[in-house]
Design a protein around this ligand. Structure first.
Ligand code: SAM
Length: 214
């Protein structure tokens, strides 16, 4: 994603009640924050937030957290939300490597990873959000029956993600190499910003839904 420094973005984030600050204090208390006991779903690497805003407006019985590490990107989601606030969606400006500091064991029901950065160099493989290192973090915060959903048009990244599953103790419940021509997996699909762009360019979209291999 091309990043432009947006003047004042950090200040806007600091002031906004829609972005949770000192999120470690909310660890284990997300139900209290939302004021209900609805399941908690999150997108890691949310970008400008279109996907989560659509899900949150369609599913008032689910609480959503959008995680994005760059304030200059998160600010775009924040600007959209301020025009059309949703009671069941909040944001975190943080790096996903710190997830376990912010979510307690089993506190999350579902994690979405959409068009994650590919980190193509082998020496950076652990930074990929679908690496075994990240699957271990998700393992701590996901409830026993939790699921992770991943979409990408990057076939090499998808093949890497699939190869990480078995050794990390996960298995694919559903998998496709061409989501937009897979009637079953396409049902209810919400397009992300990147998905709109890459599918319009003719790229097939890969997707898996995974669960623990127990
Ligand atoms: N998910 C959106 C979509 O599909 O349109 C955005 C995809 S964009 C390629 C990936 C986003 O993930 C970027 O905004 C990037 O800053 C964010 N990101 C990458 N690694 C991250 C990490 N470790 N923690 C939090 N956000 C991350």
């Amino acid at each position: 994603m091309r990043l432009r420094n947006i003047p004042g973005s950090q200040e806007m984030i600091d002031k906004s009640p829609l972005v949770i600050k000192e999120a470690e204090k909310t660890r284990g208390l997300w139900k209290e924050l939302f004021g209900n006991d609805h399941p908690l779903h999150m997108e890691v690497g949310m970008g400008k937030g279109k996907f989560l805003m659509t899900l949150a407006s369609e599913n008032p019985g689910i609480n959503y957290v959008g995680i994005e590490r760059y304030s200059s990107v998160l600010i775009r989601a924040l600007q959209k939300m301020e025009k059309n606030p949703l009671p069941n969606l909040v944001f975190l400006c943080m790096d996903a490597s710190e997830l376990e500091a912010v979510f307690a064991e089993g506190e999350v029901a579902r994690i979405y990873l959409n068009f994650s950065d590919p980190w193509p160099k082998e020496r950076h493989a652990r930074r990929r959000l679908t690496s075994g290192a990240f699957l271990a973090r998700y393992d701590h915060i996901l409830e026993p029956d939790g699921r992770i959903e991943f979409k990408t048009d990057n076939r090499a990244l998808f093949d890497f993600a699939v190869s990480e599953l078995g050794p990390a103790g996960w298995k694919a419940e559903k998998l496709t190499y061409d989501l937009h021509h897979d009637e079953e997996m396409m049902a209810g699909n919400v397009m992300t910003e990147y998905e709109e762009r890459f599918s319009a360019a003719g790229n097939p979209i890969c997707k898996y839904i995974i669960c623990r291999n127990v």
